[in-house]
Design a binder for this molecule. Sequence first.
Ligand SMILES: [Zn+2]
Length: 430
Amino acid sequence: MIRAIAFAALVLQTTAVSAETYAIQAGRLIVDASQPARGPSTVIVENGRIARIEPGTTAPAGATVVDMRSKTVMPGMTDVHVHLTMNSGEPWYQGYTQKYSNPYEATLGLTHALEMARAGFTTVRDLGGDTSAVIAVRDAVAEGRFPGPRIKVSGEALSIIGGHGDAATGLPPQMVEAVNEAHLSPAVCTGVEECQKAVRELAAAGVDVIKFHATGGVLDPGAMGLEQHFTNEEMKAIVDMAHAMHLKAAAHAHGAGGILAATNAGVDSIEHGTFLDEAGARAMKAHGTYFSATLLAFSGVERLLGSGKLSPASEAKTRQTLSQWGKGLNLAYRTGVKIALGTDSAVAPHTEANREVGLMVSKGGMTPRDALIAATKGGPDLMGLSGETGTLDTGKSADLIAVEGDPLIDSAAVTHVAYVMVQGRPIPMQ
Ligand SMILES: [Zn+2]
């Protein structure tokens, strides 16, 4: 009894210290994208959490009123595939050959984190960047030093020698030597043991998820194709070790064989999934593997075509993938595979990330409602965060946005974001 009282006192004290109550008045309220919208409602936020939802327009005494009566208030979106520390409009590997130091990349990451929040994303997952830089961005934002979404990170993405994540890919021989001597490709591994070691090193560095390049990539200058890169045994070793470290595993995969191999290895999500075939879709459905289509990235690579920034091999791979834009997602959707929203920003600018929802409809054939479910609930479910975010249920983190129009009918609504709150903290919109 005494203990119970002492505990209650402690809770009250904590509440008193950090209490900031918000009354977010919505014209239309989406609590859960899989349920019908409600009419005028007020979301009461206390201590960063959703305390309750009241019908109509209310304003409890002492609450900061946020007037969104002309807007739809909905759960914040989750993007499971971003690169915060990279700029758009340039192939990723240019970071190695241009002026960017890892500390400078962290400053880029803070800028892009804020852009993602302003685009309506209250959670993002960084799937590939310098490990120390992305961890610094994640932690600085989590501590409230900079405004931004909740961030989870993979750090460096594992790659085969000469593959999509090898910094030396496509460089002249002298530079390959220099890159290898400077250990600029810490995530390159060969064989079961090296790949297990690489996963352990990333886990020890404090990442939240392990990403590996199951197949070749479009924007690296190499000519090693878009099919399977790691062996089945290497993929299994990576996924099993990630799971043993209580981490999820994400596979970059374009070619059908690579998608199937990564799925059979037990990976939690297929990223891109460009050339998904029937066998792969059936396997993904059977394994409960998530599909993250990154359709926005296709528009990003389309802009790079003919710019002179791509190697001839990369130009060819770009044309190959553009012919498939949305087809993998459509097959996954029709097969009943679980879908999460992923954009691969910075391939296209982070500021455009909310366009992915409309592309999932126009290119992937999803209904606006299913695209919105994938955008709000898919990512949290994939990442094990459903108890915390993705719907506006009482007790969950106050991760919400206000948009113009009705996103359950018209996906363009989420490209007009008027207000964003992450964990009870309003994001400065300009
Ligand atoms: Zn990516």
